[in-house]
Ligand binder design. Sequence first.
Ligand SMILES: [Zn+2]
Ligand SMILES: [Zn+2]
Length: 278
Amino acid sequence: MTRPDLHLHTSASDGVYDSAQIARLVQRAEVTLFSITDHDTLSGLPQAFDAAYDRGLAFIPGVEISTEGDEEVHILGYGVRAEDPVLCSCFEKAARERMERIQGMAEKLKQLGLALPMDEIQEKAGFSVGRPHLARALIEKGYVKDMQEAFDKYLGKGRPAYLPRATMTASQAISLLRDRGAVPVLAHPGLIRWPMERLLPMLQVWQNAGLRGIEVYHPANQGNYAFWDRLARQRDLLVTGGSDFHDGTSSHGQIGETASLWPQACADGWALYRACKR
Ligand SMILES: [Zn+2]
Ligand SMILES: [Zn+2]
């Protein structure tokens, strides 16, 4: 029986371990089919191919794209090519824009008399610098007492240091992946806090844009696995699952944990594998 884990992060984004270390942990967890799905980058994939081959593990190259808005609408793309020039330049542009936004917000804070050590912040934050890093720096400097105050006073939407984020919509991310020959899947629907009356019609919009699956077996969906499993199959969508492992702490899943809760893990994992080969 194949045990899949199709949602893993490496140090190429905000995980702790590199792809070779992840492959070792995957094997130790008796997972036999895995995917690396770093946030907005493909740079961990070449090493993952080698590591999977060396260990005799089945591997699907993936990515997780963050999309517009305050909700956690993340789109997983499976079967991407590690060297895809269109995707690579998209992700490079997004990283540049993320950095420019945070620098712009720091500039606004400075004009308000709240100077922050930006070099230090960027070094600590690495690839995924965002508003929480500015908020933490504001607390450390004693300008605000907590995260809530930092967002309420300065960093939240409409507040004096706020700048909007220029990201793709979920539909754009789905079409982009589809056009690049990848299989787009909605990540962890349980993290989207919209009411069902809003989420279900959006799901149809996304399916029209090319969505091919739902990540049902993710820790954030716990308690609702049967609901999402049924919904995905009714709509002819692939059922996927993964732990969203980052670093082994309790804030994310542990490698392989959702495979044990996923009745058709073996068949569903190979269905995705085959869809990526087509
Ligand atoms: Zn995510
Ligand atoms: Zn993730």
